[in-house]
Design a binder for this molecule. Structure first.
Ligand SMILES: CC(C)(COP(=O)(O)OP(=O)(O)OC[C@H]1O[C@@H](n2cnc3c(N)ncnc32)[C@H](O)[C@@H]1OP(=O)(O)O)[C@@H](O)C(=O)NCCC(=O)NCCS
Length: 182
């Protein structure tokens, strides 16, 4: 799927570029970021961002967009087809992170909302999922404000934590998103 550039009030969501590697590496090196994600190691390896960008460019990492503010990459947002838990059930799931100095300003809610405005009408999907560690109240807050509802709880592995942690699984339906945005 071609990735467009999406403008919102304060942000530009744009396709990733090889030159984004240093910014991604710097942000993902923060423990507060990686410990809330499943697949980002801590400490973050040298060259890790370039390797991931190579996979992304080959379409092996889902649809990902840089979140930029005044020209700088401040975060990333992505949608991928399905996890192992949902094999045979092609419900896409969303993931994201922001550089720590940009937390608490509403940027992620703005970015997720903008991406969904574009994605929901383009894809023949009626629902989108997300999984959040139970101790990640910030991310839970972002999702609930956009209309995501809990559909169950289980455990998820985080490479940075090196362990399984309790997580909440959430789902947004196209109808619920429309209602939340009214
Ligand atoms: C998850 C994460 C993106 C959430 O960041 P965040 O700053 O809490 O979320 P937002 O950018 O949407 O900001 C929301 C906060 O900004 C505040 N805010 C300030 N100005 C605002 C504005 N103009 N509009 C909206 N909200 C605003 C809101 O009140 C809200 O804070 P509150 O929840 O205390 O009320 C961030 O914590 C992160 O990157 N964590 C590490 C990675 C991660 O957890 N990823 C998700 C895995 S499931």
């Amino acid at each position: 799927m071609r990735r467009p550039s999406l403008h919102s009030e304060r942000l530009l969501l744009r396709p990733l570029d090889k030159s984004d590697a240093p910014s991604i590496e710097a942000i993902c090196s923060q423990r507060a970021v990686s410990e809330n994600l499943a697949n980002v190691p801590y400490p973050y390896p040298d060259g890790g961002a370039q390797d991931w960008l190579d996979r992304e460019a080959k379409g092996l990492a889902g649809i990902n967009m840089a979140i930029t503010h005044e020209g700088d990459l401040i975060g990333l947002i992505g949608i991928k087809a399905s996890s192992e838990r949902t094999i045979g059930d092609f419900v896409p799931s969303i993931g994201y992170w922001l550089d720590l100095p940009f937390w608490g300003k509403g940027y992620m809610q703005e970015a997720v909302s903008r991406l969904l405005d574009w994605y929901m009408p383009h894809e023949p999907t009626e629902r989108i999922r997300a999984s959040v560690f139970e101790d990640n109240s910030r991310s839970l807050n972002v999702l609930q404000k956009l209309g995501f509802c809990e559909i169950g709880r289980d455990e998820g592995y985080s490479i940075a934590r090196g362990t399984q942690s309790p997580q909440i699984n959430l789902e947004l339906t196209a109808n619920r998103y429309k209602e939340a945005m009214q």
